[in-house]
Design a binder for this molecule. Structure first.
Ligand code: ZN
Ligand code: ZN
Length: 132
């Protein structure tokens, strides 16, 4: 019984992450609780931990409040991080740029990816409406 329920939750987390792309444990919990009111935070923590162990999720750049979040895109990629709404968008840097970055760090080897911070187009749009 317990195993079957866990499998159900794991599939729900997989499904949500495939749709959301990036999310914190709290966001996953919020979403799943619409359907499963009694779901415990520790269950979600355990599931995301297991999915990271299995390589189905990777760690994404942390949210503004420094809370860790997960990424459903497990291929190496870079991010644009909106500091207003905290959303992440996957971006792919051209190889030319990666080569420039490598020459900047010289003999050091780059293994991590880049997070570009700013305000996303949706937040900028809202800002403009606010000013009118
Ligand atoms: Zn934004
Ligand atoms: Zn990502």
């Amino acid at each position: 019984m317990v195993v079957a329920r866990n499998t159900k939750y794991i599939n729900e987390v997989r499904h949500f992450m495939a749709h959301a792309g990036h999310a914190t444990n709290a966001q996953i919990l919020d979403h799943l609780r619409k359907k499963y009111q009694g779901l415990m935070p520790t269950t979600v923590h355990r599931i995301t931990g297991r999915l990271v162990d299995r390589g189905e999720l990777i760690l994404a750049p942390v949210a503004i409040n420094n809370v860790g979040r997960f990424d459903a895109n497990i291929l190496p990629h870079d991010h644009f991080h909106c500091l207003k709404c905290d959303r992440l968008r996957d971006v792919e840097l051209p190889p030319r740029l990666l080569k420039d970055m490598q020459s900047i760090v010289g003999d050091c080897k780059i293994s991590g990816r880049l997070t570009i911070q700013g305000a996303c187009s949706e937040c900028l749009k809202e800002d403009n409406y606010g000013r009118q």
